[in-house]
Design a protein around this ligand. Structure first.
Ligand code: BG6
Length: 475
């Protein structure tokens, strides 16, 4: 069965749960200027915090003031770890200060202590969709090489301060979202950049990526100097893109589409740029600020493990221009937000990534966003249990039958929080329901769902309760 140290837990991000957006010296982050949206209405990015706008991340679920109650519930689920992020703006409110904000550092000290009290290991992302807004407006965000210095100040302060409390770190959340330049949120939340009309967007995107690769590699090196035991990972979005049909052109289109995802992990895991991207740069006449020294840094800063999110798969169909169209997979159902539900895709991607890199993998996000209904103070979320169970079974097959090395599984999300894409709490993912009206009134509003009990049992038995479904009969 699974290794006894397997890291079962749940995932979150600071900007989507903490609230307290301007408390104890915290600065404004890029997430703090994003308005509320919904399945049918996109979020807006405003040029600062504007009166009369609704900014859901400002209050979120007020984890900042409720973390003790919430961690107690996570401990009841027997969490072994908790994936969270540190809000950069609590530590460096504007981002370019020389000294960190002690109140922000203290908050995470207290939070880590509370987790460790229950034997829950923090797994921490440094940059999860919320860099300082000031760095975006004053310096142009990650268009600017100076960002590497600011990020490293932040990273080093965190590694030093929390070295004894946090072993597993990740640098940039879903760094490979940057490749999809059609969605303006990717460069905004990932890099503090809004592309301008007329700019060479592809060139800017590759420049941002390059600076982040250098920063990530420097962070790996700095962490090891502080404590060689620290484990630093990358964090990728790894939804597989299948060929839409078995026509060879579609297969090739899917390979090329996946290359766009793997470009990032190729650099961060292997420490070198893949040959294909050099061809793209030549073809598109991309000119980057990229030095020999940068390449040496990247080479010396390969990550220890590969963290990734898996929610859904999609397909690629070759088009006449040698490019591809992304089309839904007709063989799998969808959530209310149109996300494909494909548990086998998780086993597939685990196999694929493991074969490609032969490194430990960590599934740091996987989950089902749904409208939950509170009835008699209870949530019956069988649909979520079904989703998670089918995915856990496929993960266990990859470990037990295929020999893939997986460090842990932290579904999104430990508790309901604000959706990143739509900025609403109504797209719920958690094991714990958040009655936001009560929480806003300062009352306790955290209610375990049916999935809470299901997950508690999975962790308690270390997955053994699912062994028949996995096809393991001899234990
Ligand atoms: C991942 C992000 O992309 O997906 C999370 O790392 C995000 O921050 C999660 O919340 C689910 O997406 P959404 O848009 O439904 O919240």
């Amino acid at each position: 069965m699974l290794n006894k140290n397997f890291l079962w837990g749940g995932a979150t991000a600071a900007n989507q749960m903490e609230g307290a957006w301007n408390v104890d010296g915290k600065g404004i982050s890029v997430a703090d200027v994003m308005t509320k949206g919904s399945v049918s209405q996109p979020r807006q990015i405003t040029d600062g915090v504007r009166a009369g706008e609704e900014y859901p991340n400002h209050f979120a679920i007020d984890f900042y003031h409720n973390y003790k109650e919430i961690i107690k519930l996570m401990a009841q689920m027997h969490f072994k770890c908790f994936r969270m992020s540190i809000a950069w703006t609590r530590i460096f409110p504007k981002g370019d200060e020389k000294e960190p904000n002690e109140a922000g550092l203290k908050f995470y000290d207290n939070l880590f202590d509370e987790l460790l009290k229950y034997g829950i290991q923090p797994v921490v992302t440094l940059n999860h969709f919320e860099m300082p807004f000031y760095l975006s407006t004053k310096y142009g965000g990650w268009r600017n090489r100076e960002m590497i210095t600011f990020f490293m100040n932040f990273a080093k302060v965190c590694f030093k301060r929390y070295a004894g409390k946090v072993k597993y770190w990740m640098t940039f959340n879903e760094i490979n979202n940057l490749i999809d330049t059609d969605n303006p949120f990717n460069a905004w939340t990932g890099a503090g950049v809004l592309y301008q009309d007329g700019e060479n967007i592809e060139q800017t995107m590759y420049q941002i990526c390059h600076y982040q690769f250098v920063a990530s590699a420097l962070a790996v090196k700095a962490a090891k100097q502080i404590d060689p035991e620290l484990q630093i990972g990358c964090m990728l979005h790894f939804g597989p893109i299948y060929p839409h049909s078995c026509q060879p052109e579609d297969l090739m289109a899917s390979v090329k589409a996946m290359d766009r995802r793997f470009f990032f992990s190729d650099v961060q895991v292997r420490g070198t740029y893949p040959a294909a991207v050099n061809k793209i740069w030549q073809r598109d006449k991309i000119q980057l600020d990229l030095t020999d020294e940068d390449l040496l840094i990247i080479k010396g800063g390969a990550v220890d493990f590969i963290g990734f999110s898996y929610y859904k798969s999609t397909t690629a169909q070759a088009d006449q221009d040698g490019d591809f169209l992304e089309l839904p997979n007709p063989y799998v159902p969808k959530s209310d937000w149109g996300w494909a539900i494909d548990p086998v895709g998780l086993r597939y991607i685990l196999n694929l990534v493991s074969q490609r890199y032969n490194k430990p993998l960590f599934i740091v996000e996987n989950g089902f966003g749904a409208f939950d209904k509170l009835e008699d103070n209870k949530i019956n979320d069988d649909y979520r249990i079904k989703y998670l169970e089918n995915h856990v079974v496929e993960m266990m097959k990859s470990i037990e039958l295929d020999g893939v090395k997986v460090l842990g599984y932290t579904p999104w999300s430990a508790i309901d929080l604000i959706s990143a894409s739509t900025g609403e709490i109504e797209k719920r993912y958690g094991f714990i329901y958040v009655d936001i009206t009560k929480v806003r009134q300062g009352k306790s509003g955290f209610i375990p769902k049916s999935s809470f009990n299901w997950y508690q049992n999975v962790i308690r038995t270390n997955g053994a309760c699912l062994k028949d479904k996995v096809g393991l009969t001899n234990e």
